[in-house]
Design a protein around this ligand. Structure first.
Ligand SMILES: Nc1ncnc2c1ncn2[C@@H]1O[C@H](COP(=O)(O)OP(=O)(O)OP(=O)(O)O)[C@@H](O)[C@H]1O
Ligand SMILES: [Mg+2]
Length: 233
């Protein structure tokens, strides 16, 4: 098991937003957290990354207890994180955005500028452009490429398909498959189950800070009631 989350409770202020969820991700898998607006997907991912401290529960990464660790520690251990708002550096060029992560995280591995450019050829022509000049889709590719420069073994993507054109979604799906083939495990939060079933094998459906269903994506997809009740199609 690469990631094991047990009885996770996370709160903002007084009210618990995550009510004691448990889930696993196995090495090599692509797993999706699904659920409507406000279900608790982002908070769950932030808890794993150490951006929001859990109130209780336990998070293990490769058998090591990382509950409550700082985000940079999670990154150094091999967790990459792409937030839903991307957070690329607008005043740095594409290439500088990529380089900076390698320098800060300093994890050796297979991901280099060349590999990232091969994964996202569109970034090659933009390498000298400032982050601020990129389209939303290009920023997303850059944010994923940047996270890969830290050579993560687990890559966390929050709402990767949100706001992308159909063509960009296709590029993204191909890229995620390629990343998985390179041996990276992925945990993805997305509202779009159509997208999720193209990339993930298993899914957990969240509602109001709980996991209400889990299973193979194809099973969830085939269940009309679940689709209608919990998911956006
Ligand atoms: N910084 C915050 N302070 C207080 N409450 C928050 C904060 N961030 C999120 N919440 C609340 O926590 C709950 C879960 O939000 P979260 O962002 O984790 O859901 P989500 O599933 O990622 O939703 P979305 O699909 O909109 O991204 C929501 O009720 C939200 O209003
Ligand atoms: Mg979210």
């Amino acid at each position: 098991m690469i990631l094991e989350v047990r009885d996770l409770v996370t709160a903002y202020g007084l009210g618990a937003v995550i009510n004691g969820i448990s889930f696993d991700v196995e090495a090599g898998e692509v797993v999706c957290l699904l659920g409507r607006n406000g279900a608790g997907k982002t908070t769950t991912l932030r808890s794993v990354m150490g951006l929001t401290s859990p109130r209780s529960g336990r998070i293990e990464f490769k058998g090591e207890d990382i509950t409550g660790r700082q985000p940079f520690e999670a990154a150094r251990l091999g967790i990459g994180y792409v937030p839903d708002d991307r957070r690329i550096f607008p005043d740095l060029t594409v290439e500088e955005n990529l380089e900076i992560v390698r320098r800060v995280i300093r994890r050796d591995g297979q991901w280099t500028l060349e590999r990232v450019y091969r994964l996202f050829p569109v970034l090659t022509d933009l390498r000298a452009n400032h982050g601020s000049g990129l389209s939303g889709g290009e920023q997303k590719m850059l944010a994923i490429g940047r996270a890969l420069m830290g050579n993560p073994t687990l890559l966390i993507l929050d709402e990767p398909s949100e706001g992308l054109s159909p063509l960009m979604v296709k590029t993204l799906i191909e890229a995620i498959r390629q990343i998985q083939r390179e041996g990276v495990t992925l945990l993805i939060a997305d509202q779009n189950v159509k997208f999720a079933r193209r990339v993930a094998s298993r899914g957990y459906i969240m509602e109001e800070g709980n996991i209400c269903h889990s299973g193979q994506l194809e099973e969830l997809w085939a269940n009309e009631q679940i689709l209608r009740r919990y998911l956006a199609v």
